[in-house]
Write a protein that binds this ligand. Structure first.
Ligand code: HEC
Length: 189
């Protein structure tokens, strides 16, 4: 298999989209999609403070996917949340390209890059058509630890609820500053 970088170079130099500016497309994608992230985090903080971690589950389970679905409907782009260690594998499993980027995000964070600035953006060919693929790391902040931190430190009621709804949960054991996953966008050009 060719590496994504080799394919990206090939595509950017052989398609009309060449003329478009990757930086401008990336900036526009960022400003369209990223406002979802602080919205979810603020709602999460409020819900955890008011209802405790078990009561706040719907924010990560329902609100985040709903806000993403709304953006998908507005833009026509494919927007998802993915992780190498999923809680909900049906929704959050990365494709092969995304898995490579997530592993790279982990390496970049471990090497000292600020997790909140980690992202990647390339133009690739998908079924013969150019697409912008954009991914933005979702770092583990204090509020995430209540539901994604080390399993033995989690609230007992939360553990029961998680075991009931997510028997294959792999999304615990994180520490602050690690990469929990990413917001991922496939934007047809
Ligand atoms: C109140 C509990 C709770 C908190 C706090 C929480 N999450 Fe989650 N998270 C969940 C649940 C439940 C799911 C499964 C959602 C689903 O069913 O799609 C999830 C899923 C995810 C996913 C999708 C991938 C997967 O594993 O299925 C990401 C990414 C994620 N959380 C990131 C975060 C980040 C980043 C934070 C902190 C800003 C955070 N979460 C805080 C409960 C929580």
């Amino acid at each position: 298999m060719k590496s994504p970088i080799a394919i990206a170079l090939l595509v950017t130099c052989s398609l009309p989209v060449c003329a478009q500016d990757l930086a401008a497309l990336t900036a526009e994608t960022r400003s369209t999609v990223l406002p979802v992230v602080p919205k979810v985090i603020a709602t999460m903080q409020e819900a955890v403070a008011n209802e405790g971690v078990a009561g706040a589950i719907p924010v990560c389970k329902d609100l985040a996917p709903q806000l993403i679905a709304k953006k998908r409907a507005e833009t026509g782009w494919d927007i998802r949340r993915v992780s190498l260690k999923t809680r909900n594998a049906a929704r959050g499993t990365p494709d092969a390209w995304e898995a490579v980027q997530l592993a790279d995000f982990d390496r970049r964070a471990a090497a000292g890059e600020k997790p909140e600035t980690i992202e990647t953006s390339v133009i690739l060919s998908s079924n013969g058509r150019p697409v912008l693929r954009y991914m933005k790391a979702l770092p583990v902040s204090e509020v995430c630890l209540g539901c994604h931190g080390p399993a033995d430190g989690l609230d007992a009621e939360l553990r029961r609820t998680l075991a009931e709804h997510y028997p294959s949960d792999r999304a615990t054991g994180y520490t602050k500053g690690q990469i929990r996953g990413a917001l991922t966008v496939i934007r047809p050009l």
